[in-house]
Design a protein around this ligand. Sequence first.
Ligand code: F6P
Length: 352
Amino acid sequence: MSKKIGILTGGGDCPGLNGVIRGAVYRGTFKHGMEFVGIKFGWRGLLEKITMPLSTQDVRDILPIGGTILRTSRTNPTKTEGDAKLAIQNFHELGLDALIAIGGEDTLGAAYRLWKTDDSFAVVGVPKTIDNDLSGTDVTFGFDTAINIATEAIERLRTTARSHNRVLVVELMGRHAGWITLEAGIGGSADIILVPEKPFDIRKDVFEPLKKLRENGAEYAIVAVSEGAKLMVNNDVDGSLFLQEAERDEFGHIRLGGIAKALANEIENGIDWESRFVILGHLQRGGAPSAFDRFLSTRFGVSAVDAIAEGKSGVMVALRGTDIEAVPMTEEIKKIRTVPADLLELLDLFSK
Ligand code: F6P
């Protein structure tokens, strides 16, 4: 009898999710004789048994489409013991032999906990996030698309900043890690780059370099800042530049956003240089995946069903060098892969 495989996408969406789904359905159908069902709205769909058909015809045209045809949510299926039990029970009631869970540290962490609770819940994880901060894999799909969008945006901001002799502060996604800000910041030739890994002193790391740039003849400047960048005050990390909303999601994350606005204000008042800000926000997550992300996401989908066909469970597929491997899902998944020290050295290379 053919194996029935469920696929769900959880957490924030990202370009390439549809590539994983398409890759998995094609490989699973034609190589392994599997049958697929889509679980809609992430873990919520498993808790509420909301499904959709997933044949090769259903997924034929979806590769260039951004977001996820399965929709998503930030529902946590392990929030209570009852939810975890229901998720496992529904997995069996839907007749699933295995589940492919595509998501970030929260979605994969939940998959791991459900599998640990009951190993009849066979699951293979696929790592995704535009933030590129998951440990276990060298790169996540979605990141390449995000940095291309962000790099182009910074270049566009440069021309208007120059026309008006302004400072433009651009805020990029990256809650715990500054990969997007570092790579798009360098790609877009930003003058100052601020990331969560290196808490900044506003005088030393922002005012002084900007003043020096101005003295050296710069008539405009670009500051790229991660949404999760941290301000230092008297050698202590101070959260006052974050305009955080109190609301938290089911995994306990505070909604970020607003550091660019606060920073532009500080710059204008601190060194009397007219400043504007832009929060790129979800523009970085929307739209068609880059060619790189289309191929990587397809390879992830293919490898996920191959792992299931080999009888693997409790693993996630990961890019290691140029190969894709199925590696054990452990609590390590929750570990954030931050920008290492040697790359942090590049942050102020162009701020002189
Ligand atoms: O998926 C990661 C991420 O894009 C973070 O960079 C950002 O903080 C968060 O998602 C935003 O989430 P939401 O779409 O729920 O506002």
